[in-house]
Design a binder for this molecule. Structure first.
Ligand code: COA
Length: 160
Protein backbone atom coordinates (compact mmCIF):
# COMPACT_ATOMS: atom_id res chain seq x y z
CA UNK A 1 0.00 0.00 0.00
CA UNK A 2 1.43 3.39 -0.90
CA UNK A 3 2.19 5.75 1.95
CA UNK A 4 0.59 9.14 1.51
CA UNK A 5 1.22 12.12 3.80
CA UNK A 6 -0.45 15.50 4.09
CA UNK A 7 1.54 18.59 4.90
CA UNK A 8 -1.17 21.07 5.92
CA UNK A 9 -0.76 24.74 6.71
CA UNK A 10 -1.72 28.30 5.96
CA UNK A 11 1.35 28.96 3.79
CA UNK A 12 0.69 32.70 3.71
CA UNK A 13 3.16 32.67 2.01
CA UNK A 14 5.32 29.56 1.69
CA UNK A 15 8.86 30.14 3.04
CA UNK A 16 12.17 28.34 2.60
CA UNK A 17 11.43 26.64 5.94
CA UNK A 18 8.27 25.08 4.51
CA UNK A 19 10.12 24.02 1.34
CA UNK A 20 12.74 22.36 3.53
CA UNK A 21 10.06 20.32 5.34
CA UNK A 22 8.36 19.37 2.05
CA UNK A 23 11.70 18.18 0.64
CA UNK A 24 12.32 16.02 3.70
CA UNK A 25 8.80 14.57 3.63
CA UNK A 26 9.07 13.74 -0.08
CA UNK A 27 12.00 11.44 0.75
CA UNK A 28 9.92 9.50 3.27
CA UNK A 29 6.54 9.04 1.59
CA UNK A 30 5.29 7.78 -1.77
CA UNK A 31 3.20 10.92 -2.13
CA UNK A 32 2.96 14.18 -0.17
CA UNK A 33 -0.14 16.33 -0.47
CA UNK A 34 0.66 19.95 0.34
CA UNK A 35 -2.71 21.22 1.52
CA UNK A 36 -3.60 24.85 2.09
CA UNK A 37 -6.12 25.53 4.82
CA UNK A 38 -8.80 27.73 3.34
CA UNK A 39 -11.09 28.47 6.27
CA UNK A 40 -8.75 30.09 8.75
CA UNK A 41 -9.85 32.90 11.03
CA UNK A 42 -6.56 34.57 10.16
CA UNK A 43 -6.66 37.55 7.85
CA UNK A 44 -4.67 36.17 4.93
CA UNK A 45 -2.51 38.22 2.63
CA UNK A 46 -2.70 35.82 -0.33
CA UNK A 47 -5.82 34.06 -1.59
CA UNK A 48 -5.89 30.26 -1.55
CA UNK A 49 -5.22 30.08 -5.29
CA UNK A 50 -2.36 32.56 -5.02
CA UNK A 51 -0.85 30.54 -2.16
CA UNK A 52 -1.21 27.30 -4.13
CA UNK A 53 0.42 28.84 -7.20
CA UNK A 54 3.36 30.05 -5.09
CA UNK A 55 3.73 26.62 -3.46
CA UNK A 56 3.69 24.89 -6.85
CA UNK A 57 6.28 27.25 -8.33
CA UNK A 58 8.51 26.91 -5.23
CA UNK A 59 8.48 23.11 -5.18
CA UNK A 60 8.45 22.29 -8.90
CA UNK A 61 11.69 20.29 -8.60
CA UNK A 62 10.41 18.03 -5.80
CA UNK A 63 8.93 14.73 -7.01
CA UNK A 64 5.72 13.02 -5.90
CA UNK A 65 3.88 16.10 -4.66
CA UNK A 66 0.22 16.88 -4.99
CA UNK A 67 -1.34 20.26 -4.22
CA UNK A 68 -4.75 20.91 -2.76
CA UNK A 69 -6.76 23.08 -0.40
CA UNK A 70 -9.19 22.04 2.29
CA UNK A 71 -11.55 23.42 4.87
CA UNK A 72 -13.20 21.87 7.88
CA UNK A 73 -11.38 19.36 10.05
CA UNK A 74 -7.99 18.10 9.00
CA UNK A 75 -8.84 14.54 10.10
CA UNK A 76 -11.90 14.50 7.81
CA UNK A 77 -9.82 15.69 4.88
CA UNK A 78 -7.16 13.07 5.70
CA UNK A 79 -9.78 10.31 5.73
CA UNK A 80 -11.15 11.47 2.40
CA UNK A 81 -7.64 11.38 0.89
CA UNK A 82 -6.81 8.03 2.54
CA UNK A 83 -3.58 9.32 4.02
CA UNK A 84 -1.24 7.52 6.39
CA UNK A 85 0.23 10.51 8.17
CA UNK A 86 0.12 14.23 8.81
CA UNK A 87 3.51 15.92 8.50
CA UNK A 88 4.30 18.95 10.63
CA UNK A 89 7.53 20.89 10.87
CA UNK A 90 9.13 21.69 14.21
CA UNK A 91 11.34 24.75 14.30
CA UNK A 92 11.98 25.41 17.97
CA UNK A 93 10.94 23.82 21.27
CA UNK A 94 8.16 26.38 21.67
CA UNK A 95 6.42 24.92 18.58
CA UNK A 96 6.04 21.66 20.46
CA UNK A 97 3.23 22.66 22.88
CA UNK A 98 0.86 23.71 20.13
CA UNK A 99 1.83 20.83 17.84
CA UNK A 100 1.48 18.26 20.63
CA UNK A 101 -1.98 19.57 21.48
CA UNK A 102 -3.06 19.36 17.84
CA UNK A 103 -1.55 15.91 17.33
CA UNK A 104 -3.19 14.51 20.46
CA UNK A 105 -6.57 16.02 19.59
CA UNK A 106 -6.36 14.58 16.09
CA UNK A 107 -5.39 11.20 17.53
CA UNK A 108 -8.46 11.20 19.79
CA UNK A 109 -10.68 11.72 16.75
CA UNK A 110 -8.74 9.55 14.29
CA UNK A 111 -6.53 7.03 16.17
CA UNK A 112 -5.25 5.41 12.97
CA UNK A 113 -3.78 8.67 11.67
CA UNK A 114 -0.19 9.36 12.74
CA UNK A 115 1.40 12.79 13.03
CA UNK A 116 5.03 12.83 11.95
CA UNK A 117 7.25 15.73 13.04
CA UNK A 118 10.19 16.74 10.91
CA UNK A 119 12.82 19.12 12.18
CA UNK A 120 13.31 22.16 9.98
CA UNK A 121 16.91 22.99 9.12
CA UNK A 122 18.38 25.10 11.95
CA UNK A 123 18.95 28.00 9.57
CA UNK A 124 15.17 28.38 9.22
CA UNK A 125 14.32 27.85 12.89
CA UNK A 126 13.37 31.51 13.47
CA UNK A 127 11.39 31.91 10.26
CA UNK A 128 7.65 32.43 9.95
CA UNK A 129 5.31 33.70 7.28
CA UNK A 130 4.24 36.72 9.34
CA UNK A 131 7.85 37.72 9.88
CA UNK A 132 8.44 37.58 6.13
CA UNK A 133 5.25 39.59 5.46
CA UNK A 134 6.37 42.22 7.94
CA UNK A 135 9.84 42.48 6.42
CA UNK A 136 8.33 42.82 2.95
CA UNK A 137 5.91 45.48 4.12
CA UNK A 138 8.76 47.67 5.27
CA UNK A 139 10.90 46.80 2.24
CA UNK A 140 13.41 44.70 4.18
CA UNK A 141 15.47 42.06 2.40
CA UNK A 142 13.60 38.77 2.17
CA UNK A 143 15.47 36.96 -0.60
CA UNK A 144 17.26 34.61 1.78
CA UNK A 145 14.00 33.58 3.48
CA UNK A 146 11.63 32.80 0.62
CA UNK A 147 11.77 31.34 -2.89
CA UNK A 148 12.28 33.92 -5.65
CA UNK A 149 8.66 33.78 -6.86
CA UNK A 150 7.41 34.53 -3.36
CA UNK A 151 9.78 37.49 -2.97
CA UNK A 152 8.44 38.86 -6.28
CA UNK A 153 4.82 38.31 -5.26
CA UNK A 154 5.35 40.10 -1.94
CA UNK A 155 7.11 42.96 -3.64
CA UNK A 156 4.17 43.31 -6.03
CA UNK A 157 1.63 43.27 -3.16
CA UNK A 158 3.36 46.07 -1.32
CA UNK A 159 4.12 48.10 -4.40
CA UNK A 160 0.43 47.87 -5.29
N1 COA B 1 9.14 27.17 8.21
C1 COA B 1 8.70 28.42 8.34
N2 COA B 1 7.58 28.74 9.00
C2 COA B 1 6.88 27.75 9.54
C3 COA B 1 7.27 26.42 9.45
C4 COA B 1 8.46 26.14 8.75
N3 COA B 1 8.92 24.90 8.60
N4 COA B 1 6.37 25.67 10.10
C5 COA B 1 5.44 26.50 10.57
N5 COA B 1 5.75 27.77 10.24
C6 COA B 1 5.02 28.99 10.61
C7 COA B 1 4.07 29.45 9.56
O1 COA B 1 4.73 30.27 8.64
C8 COA B 1 3.05 30.19 10.38
O2 COA B 1 3.55 31.46 10.65
P1 COA B 1 2.60 32.73 10.91
O3 COA B 1 1.71 32.37 12.06
O4 COA B 1 3.58 33.76 11.18
O5 COA B 1 1.80 32.95 9.65
C9 COA B 1 3.02 29.41 11.70
O6 COA B 1 4.23 28.71 11.75
C10 COA B 1 1.94 28.37 11.80
O7 COA B 1 1.47 28.09 10.54
P2 COA B 1 1.02 26.72 9.92
O8 COA B 1 2.07 25.70 9.99
O9 COA B 1 0.50 27.06 8.60
O10 COA B 1 -0.05 26.25 10.88
P3 COA B 1 -1.44 26.86 11.17
O11 COA B 1 -1.48 27.01 12.65
O12 COA B 1 -1.74 28.05 10.36
O13 COA B 1 -2.37 25.70 10.65
C11 COA B 1 -3.28 23.44 10.64
C12 COA B 1 -2.22 24.41 11.15
C13 COA B 1 -3.71 23.76 9.23
C14 COA B 1 -2.64 22.08 10.64
C15 COA B 1 -4.47 23.46 11.62
O14 COA B 1 -4.90 24.77 11.83
C16 COA B 1 -5.62 22.60 11.17
O15 COA B 1 -5.54 21.41 11.13
N6 COA B 1 -6.75 23.24 10.83
C17 COA B 1 -7.95 22.55 10.34
C18 COA B 1 -9.04 22.54 11.40
C19 COA B 1 -8.80 21.43 12.37
O16 COA B 1 -8.76 20.26 12.05
N7 COA B 1 -8.71 21.84 13.65
C20 COA B 1 -8.44 20.94 14.73
C21 COA B 1 -6.95 20.79 14.93
S1 COA B 1 -6.62 19.85 16.37
Amino acid sequence: MSKIAIYPGSFDPITNGHVDVIRRAACLFDKVIVAVLSNVDKQNMFTVSERLALIKASTADIPRLEYDSFDGLLVDYAAQKKVTAIVRGLRVVSDFDYEFQMAMTNRQIAPQLETVFLMTDAKYSFLSSSLVRQLAQFHGTINQFVPGVVAQALEKKFRG
